[in-house]
Structures are given as structure tokens and as C-alpha cells.
Design a protein around this ligand. Sequence first.
Ligand SMILES: [Zn+2]
Length: 489
Amino acid sequence: MRLQIRASRLPRAHPPVQLILQHQEQPQMATTVDHLEAHHRYAVIRGFTDANDVRVPLETTGVIRLISIDAGFTLIHIDWERDRANGETMAERLTFSLAATDGPRNNHMREYFEKGEIVLPPRESKPPDAPEPEPARDKLSAPTLDRFERKQPQEELLLDELAVACDCGPVFHRPIYPAAHLAAHACLRCGAVTVTRQLGDDGRFHGKPWTAYWTVPTNQAFVDWLARFPRIAVNYSGAPWRWPMSASLVRYPTLLYPADVRVADKRELKALEVMLQDAQAALTRAHRLAFACGDIPDIPGDLPDDFRSFATLRRALDLRPGSDVDTLKAHAHLLSSSCELAASLLLRREDACALMMDWLNAKDDDTFSAAIAMLRDSRRLFSSPDDKRLIRPVLNIMNSLPLGELKDVPGRVESCQKFEALLVAVADLGANGREMLDGLADLQKKLAKKDAYTADAIRIVINELNGIDNRPAEYRLVASVAPPSWRGR
Ligand SMILES: [Zn+2]
């Protein structure tokens, strides 16, 4: 086995789920609601009528293609291909209120939907009028991609579902971390790295979802530099079982592969993943990333803006706890590729606790974002979950958030997104002292009438802090990773 491993770690990961519609700057994250996720068939085990009076009787079946939350965080949209009696399918949107108290709703979807097999979007269904870079498909019908000799194709080439221009097979292909506007994927077998643009359509308007990778001609020097970053596998079903939330807050379990590891076959791949998983299990997310990154050369001059998240991460590798605090704060933003690294550096500062509490009170969203990144990993600052320096300030902050109605969104308070971020951080932190649990219960009562959705999020966090697994029994297969110790233990 040709393995050269530096220390690294992580929980067991499944092959990454490929997402569609990734034209945005930030890659779109997979939204799941309870056990509902895209590209699975579901059978309706209890009939219902959705918020738009769409009737779905018992025993209806269909394949979910996209789950999304509306911009006001009030509605869940589920776009599915509903099976019809005549054997055809029909694209249909189901809509549910996040504040619903009966019918299909968050935490109750399994009472209505039974999960079936995975059904990937048919790749041949790409509509002829889809926006495509010019040609090259004919050239691809050549029998081999190995002719590129592990170099970036300097032409626009349709790879269909392959993300790397090699013939090893998709089982060896992994995205390179971090995600960027143009994605880079690597082959763990031959080492090829390919920059691609992913095209896709969720099919909501014509019922024909599709996804495909096109190579993007890119200077080989840049590709060689991207190749020095770690590869990643993301377990999209392994996040804590909470509620549909802002993608920037969801932490999926990930497995990181140092850039120089190679395997010869599937057996070696499996052994590698077991080894990495064991090695990474005890490290914090920041340490896993720092170790997996190793020595990455300086940022090449004229690096295209499409790869700026790589440059951000590379710059963060040079930061230290004593670096300029505004620079650290910018790197610690939840949307930054260097978020966890920078937050861990901030937490090693002498003034970390005061800084974090100060920033949690900030009106400025970017400062608040960095403070949340710190708070969720701040165990090392506190002696125990009862530490007064943690519990009281955090409860005070939550109790002082304004509770006016969110503009144009009845039933949501204006601070709902701050509540969400704080609740996620408290849950990640495992701050399960009595004072925190009592404080959260009071807050839940206070919010029950003003914002039922936030009140329910508090209930879910209280459950989690009490050791109650919010995930239903049949979905508890993914082992959770123990968070790092409190300082005093
Ligand atoms: Zn390969």
C-alpha cells in the first residue's frame, strides 16, 4: 500500500453526495428535514394536504429532488417527482410551514413519509436547450481520459458524472477542500486533479433533473497548487439531528485525506479511510484541517478569483494567536474557508473569553459570526458546563435580543437568526449545566407565542443537552464524535 500519512482524523464518512445547482459563490448545502433527503424515493404512509392545498393521499410515491427553505425561514419546499397511476411522473412542489403544529412538519415527517431506495437523477435527461459551453462531447467518446496524463484538459470537455479526467472511476474521486466557485476534484488512485464547472438543474420546472461536470481550461501551475490541498469526504447524513437551518451553521462529519495519499484499488481505499478515521477521531476540526493541509506552497501570483477560498485558507495557515485581531476575526467568519482554523487561534488568546462575549454582543453581523465560530468550540476556555463565565453572559445575550416581529414575516422574531446561531453554538458546546437548561426553558416559554419555530429549536437543543437523541431510532446508525474535553477535566 502506498500510503504516506501525516496525523489527521475524522468520523466515518460516506462518499460525498453531489449537489445540483452549484452556481453560487458558496456551494449550496444539502438541506434535509428529518429523514427526508434528495434523490430518495418516499412512500406516503399517512395522507395529507400541504400548505397550498396540494392533496397527497395514502400510498402516493415519488422521488424527492430538492428540499429548500424560503428566504424568510418560514416554509419548507419539497420538490419531488410524484408517481402517477399511468406510470408517468409529475414534477410537483409540496410546501409546509415551519411553524406548523400538525400535519407534515419538522420532526414529524416520518409519520407521513417512508423512506425508500436512492434514485439518482438520470444523466441522459439533460434537456437539449440547457446552457452548455460549446462542444467537445464527441471528443469525449474517445475511449480514454488517461490521455490527459493527469493534467488539466486545456479544453472544455463534458465529463458527465465524472469529476476528474481519468479512467480510474468515480469511487476514487473526491472534492478538494475548500469548496470554490470552480470546483477542484482529485483522484485518490492516479493523483489527477481536474478543475470543473458543475452544471445542473433541479428539474422543478420540467421534471428532468440533471447534473454534469465540464472541465475548465486552467493554467497547470494553478492546478498543481490546488492539488496540494487536502481531499475531503462529507457525510451529509451525519450532522446532529436538529432543524432545517442556515447552511453556514451545519457541521457535517468529514474525512480529510492529505494531498499525497494514494491507493491502488478499492481495498486499499477502504483501509485508508478506516486509518484516517481512527487518526482523526480525537482531533478538533481545526486540528484535522491543519494536519491534513501540511505544507502548501505560497499563493501563486495572478491566482484567478474563482479560487479565492483556497487563498484564504492558505493565508490562515500562516496566522498565529498573536496575529492582528481584525485579520483573525475576518478569517473566523462562518462563511470563510478558514473559519474553524481562525476560531481556534482566537480561542488561544489570553483575552479570548472577553473578546468572544464582546463580539457576541456586537450589532455587526460579521463580528457576531466570528464570535459564534469561537463559542461553538470554546470548551477549552471553561472549567465545566456550569462555568458561570460561560452560562450567565450567554443567557444574558439571548435574553436581551430584540423580540419585535421580523419584517414581512409574521410569527418570526427579528432576532431569529441570532437565536438560531446561539442555540447551535450552545448545543455544539454541550453546555448542559442546570442554570443553562433552566434559562433555555424560560426562554422557550417567552418565545412560544412570538416565534413558535425558535421556541421549538430551543426544545430540540434542551433535548440534545439532556442526552436525548433527537434522531429517531432507525436513523441512529452514524456514530457521533465526542467533543473535546472541558479544560478542567
Ligand atoms: Zn485516476
